[in-house]
Design a protein around this ligand. Sequence first.
Ligand code: PLP
Length: 408
Amino acid sequence: FSIIKDYDPEIYDAMAKELYRQENNLELIASENLVSKEVIEVMGSHLTNKYAEGYPGKRYYGGCEYVDVVETIAKERIEKLFGAEYSNVQPHSGVQANMAVYFAFLKPGDTVLGMDLAHGGHLSHGSPVSMSGSYYNFISYGINKDTEILDYEQLEMLARKHHPKMIVAGASAYPRFIDFERIAKVAKEVGALFMVDMAHIAGLIAGGAHPSPIPHADIVTTTTHKTLKGPRGGAILCRKELGKAIDKAIFPGSQGGPLMHIIAAKAVALKEALTPEFSQYQKQVAANANVLANTLMDLGFKLLSNGTDNHLMLLDLRNVGLTGKFAEKALDQVHITANKNAIPFDPESPFITSGIRLGTPAITARGMKEAQMVLVGEAIHDCLVKKDNEAAMKKVENLVKEFPAYAK
Ligand code: PLP
């Protein structure tokens, strides 16, 4: 970004510092990743200049013939990647995608089942502070207190009791596989639409490292910037007959002009996702998470459900006498970036929390493998338990130097 350096030194300075931070920190935020330079180039392109309200071949503006090509390719690639019948690649974000699905198929006040935010669900799955929870009558299911696994029996009981119009599955802080087939069965039994928000695990699903919801769900929403390793944005997949309603709910229902530079970057990321290397990467993300989880448990940390099947894990810090807020800050001091996270049945407030969420997508994108995960786990232990920041920093410095993010 050399042009901006002279023109806008204040923004350049903040951007340069952020790049330095990304390069020199171990990024363990489970919802983040590092996109390719190709994706970055397309995002920062002249495609941002184009208005293209509508869909390929049916636009409300002239001059759309080339952006039509871009959007058509993006749609074809995402449908091929996930084996879906229909797609909409215009959602500006994951929440936009979810809200559009609700707008397409629900009326205000309709009953919906969603996973409790406090148990790992997402704000847009019915939290009262989100539009989802204020417009629709969301009823929450959660995890079983003993097994710390999603409580499918509770979900089935709630579905039979409340006869929801829709069941939403998917999570932001749940470390285990979700049994989409089982939830689809009860949705069918009670006549509910079944929506899966696969935002966190989309990349794993694309790479064959997590079972796919596509054969079981009516509608699947996602973000494109988490494990999927694309630009910040959203997408919706569905059965063909639901496509028209979804398209209408995105435009004109809830968005204006699509971000064509972002849709082009989604297409580039999807091209990457269709390669065997991407599949390999996703399997490594999951393998790394497994090693990091086992390392942390060997060092005495307590993990929700005693491990992980996917890219993330949730540490319950109560047995080491720390809060999530404290741990997030302490780790930041040794250049490990993570986020505090409520654990199910958390006695602390959402601003303090008893947990911390860790994920492996970004460090795996730097090329780290199992051996490095042991060092990452030890660095976390050095910092939080041994209170030896020097030892933690040394490990972090060696890792980021050996596995650069962009400075290759
Ligand atoms: N859905 C899930 C499951 C998520 O975890 C998130 C983000 O954390 C979203 C949706 C929201 O995506 P966005 O921030 O792009 O609106």
